[in-house]
Write a protein that binds this ligand. Structure first.
Ligand SMILES: C[S@@+](CC[C@H](N)C(=O)[O-])C[C@H]1O[C@@H](n2cnc3c(N)ncnc32)[C@H](O)[C@@H]1O
Length: 306
């Protein structure tokens, strides 16, 4: 067994309170390697994101969203959907067929993500690209559905008041979610939100032991364990296995170091299920269903209306 896989298995067998030091010493012992990609920077066929979209936890998200959206869109000819946070278009490749007709409005700050989604759409689906961060857009279109999958945790703070307490200006999650509600109101539409069930919002300051424990819970105890299971699949293709190992090292273990970053550099501000429910209610959204989309209790899907 290789050093990384053996090391993560060993970390997972330790008591919780000694895991932070064990993770750090494992990272220090691993051979030097360039970080091939930072999260959310490249989405093409050879990217780590393409491998990520083949993991069991990511597939769980796409499968759950495909099921709900397929049924919903079938009842809405010539639909309009807003997707916030594009990734590589894995959802649309899975969901759409040659007969689909509609419009996808896409918001993402990374141009490569727009290119990948464009390549995933059938000819009957028109793409309207808006390159930018969701919190800087004020004029969201009227749509049948908003899909915001594994993206809203990049917006710091439950609301603008909480942001202001930390010297951050502009909208927080509540304001962005309220804008989603306005976008779906006229068409009595649906919001699909997917996020991890872990509380690491801006009220947990850098270096707080509880913040570190929460990051370990999400990235190592749940996502790391899922990656080990993905890596144990018999006959796993070699280049995919290598990218899974990079994900385990750089996107799971190294994410724990976010606990030492400044508040702004952390760029991950998750909430647990109870807190997401509170923010959704504050934003005026009705939560129709909440469900886990994997066997590790990592990601949850929220289906909402107004
Ligand atoms: C983890 S990926 C999720 C992609 C896809 N929705 C999925 O479920 O696979 C996050 C995506 O959100 C984008 N993103 C990051 N911050 C954003 C923001 N503030 N507004 C809109 N998109 C953002 C990233 O560029 C990336 O494409």
């Amino acid at each position: 067994m290789n050093h990384l896989i053996h090391g993560v298995n060993a970390v997972l067998s330790l008591p919780r309170q000694v895991q932070p030091n064990a993770i750090e010493s494992l990272l220090m012992k691993l051979p030097k390697a360039d970080v091939p990609e930072v999260w959310n920077t490249a989405f093409g066929p050879e990217s780590l994101y393409e491998a990520w979209s083949q993991t069991r936890v990511a597939r769980g998200v796409y499968m759950a969203n495909t099921g709900v959206l397929r049924q919903f869109l079938d009842g809405r000819p010539n639909w309009r959907v807003l997707e916030v946070g594009a990734g590589n278009g894995a959802l649309w490749r899975r969901l759409l067929g040659p007969d689909d007709v509609g419009t996808l409005v896409l918001v993402d700050p990374v141009t490569d993500a727009h290119a990948q989604v464009a390549g995933a759409l059938p000819p009957g689906v028109k793409l309207e690209s808006r390159v930018g961060r969701i919190e800087s857009l004020t004029d969201l279109p009227e749509v049948d559905a908003v899909v915001c999958s594994l993206t809203l945790h990049h917006v710091a703070g439950r609301n603008s008041e909480e942001r202001a307490q930390h010297d951050l200006k502009g909208p927080g999650k509540r304001e962005v979610l309220a804008a989603f509600g306005e976008a779906i109101r006229a068409r009595d539409g649906m919001l699909l939100l997917n996020e991890a069930d872990v509380h690491c919002e801006i009220d947990l300051p850098p270096n707080d032991p509880m913040l570190r424990d929460r990051l370990i819970d999400s990235y190592v105890r749940r996502c790391g364990r899922a990656m080990l299971d993905d890596l144990s699949v018999v006959g796993l293709e070699k280049s995919l296995a290598a990218r899974f190992e990079h994900i385990l090292r750089f996107w799971c273990l190294e994410q724990v170091r976010l606990a030492d970053s400044s508040l702004v550099d952390r760029d991950v501000y998750e909430l647990d299920v109870g807190r997401w429910r509170e923010v959704l209610a504050d934003a005026g959204l009705r939560v129709d269903e909440v469900r886990s989309t994997d066997a590790y209790g990592l990601f949850f899907q929220y289906r909402c209306g107004v």
